[in-house]
Ligand binder design. Structure first.
Ligand SMILES: Nc1ncnc2c1ncn2[C@@H]1O[C@H](COP(=O)(O)OP(=O)(O)OP(=O)(O)O)[C@@H](O)[C@H]1O
Length: 304
């Protein structure tokens, strides 16, 4: 089982520290979402893991080895870093074949990965005319050629239509389901909530959170319930006594956490309290993410 270990990873470009003493682990069998606002250092971190940028300090290893020390890189790690990039003017299958041959991989892998990414019918075509989604599938095919235990995707759903997004999401899940370690970056929380098992959040190159997705959802996704009653003061006392946390909302409403709408309704019925509103509020994960990273956003747009 191969994992990615990032330890004290730091990258300076001139006076700018774009990755700052970053440490985290990407475990096998999981999709790890790598989240951060634009410019927070996600791509630079991924490039350092893939040996495409030299760390100023610290290490990034795959199965305990730096990329440049891997014996068969394609068989250990696959990456899609520039999703839209298409290399050369070769037909899709020929492109993959050249890559396989030059890396000492069996030619049969080409048809296996084309089947897996659903590109068989266009394998004889040049990727110049491919849609972004198809180019991405071709990039993913290349990443899978060596059947690696570790996969890295930089913003893979950027620019895709909903069907393409769903395909990528399901694909990541199936790769993790096979025991691979999958690291996928995004600047949108909503994309991660349905894909990732684990979250690594960075801002300005620094680690902000390293947490299980379930844990993050429990901490940030637990809803509140908006309650209106003609007797807010008295009912607030009942709610607190029953273990809920209550704060005042607008227009003498109560904002209740720690109890479900159903429990609140029952409590009101038990005490004969009239309720004029009982509405569960769904917090947005995007809001939770923005809150987490608000101090780390480099250029904040002025409020209109
Ligand atoms: N080769 C380079 N030389 C100088 N500065 C760089 C270089 N590469 C990246 N940077 C700077 O490092 C910072 C982090 O960039 P990076 O692309 O890693 O962020 P990111 O989180 O991937 O953002 P995005 O989602 O916008 O791609 C940015 O301020 C960027 O301008």
């Amino acid at each position: 089982m191969t994992r990615i270990a990032v330890r004290g990873l730091t990258k300076r470009y001139g006076p700018d520290t774009v990755v700052d003493d970053l440490s985290f682990t990407v475990e096998p069998g999981q999709v790890t979402g790598f989240l951060g606002p634009n410019g927070s250092g996600k791509s630079t971190t991924m490039k350092m893991i893939m040996g495409l940028a030299e760390p100023t300090r610290g290490t990034a290893t795959i199965g305990g080895r730096r990329y440049r020390d891997l014996r068969m890189p394609l068989a250990e790690v696959g990456a899609l870093l520039d999703a839209g990039a298409v290399h050369g003017s070769r037909k899709a299958r020929d492109h993959l074949l050249a890559l396989a041959v030059s890396n000492g991989l069996p030619a049969r892998r080409v048809d296996e990965v084309l089947a897996r990414t659903g590109l068989e019918s266009v394998a004889g075509k040049r990727p110049g005319g491919f849609s972004l989604g198809m180019r991405q599938r071709l990039g993913i095919s290349a990443a899978l050629l060596g059947d690696p235990g570790v996969l890295i995707f930089d913003e893979p759903v950027n620019g895709l239509d909903p069907e393409g997004i769903r395909w990528i999401r399901d694909f990541m899940r199936s790769l993790a389901g096979e025991g691979r370690a999958v690291l996928v970056s995004s600047h949108l929380m909503s994309e991660m909530a349905r894909t990732a098992d684990h979250l690594v959040v960075i801002g300005r190159g620094r680690l902000i959170a390293d947490t299980g997705m379930g844990e993050f959802l429990r901490a940030n996704g637990e809803g509140t319930v908006l309650v209106r009653t003609p007797e807010p003061g008295a009912f607030a006392l009942r709610l607190t006594a029953a273990g809920a946390t209550v704060r005042d909302g607008s227009e003498s409403s109560l904002v209740v956490s720690g109890m479900s709408g159903e429990e609140i309704g029952r409590l009101a019925a038990y005490h004969g309290v009239v309720l004029s509103e009982l509405s569960p509020q769904q917090p947005s994960l995007e809001d939770a993410f923005m809150e987490l990273t608000k101090d780390a956003v480099e250029y904040q747009g002025a409020a209109a």
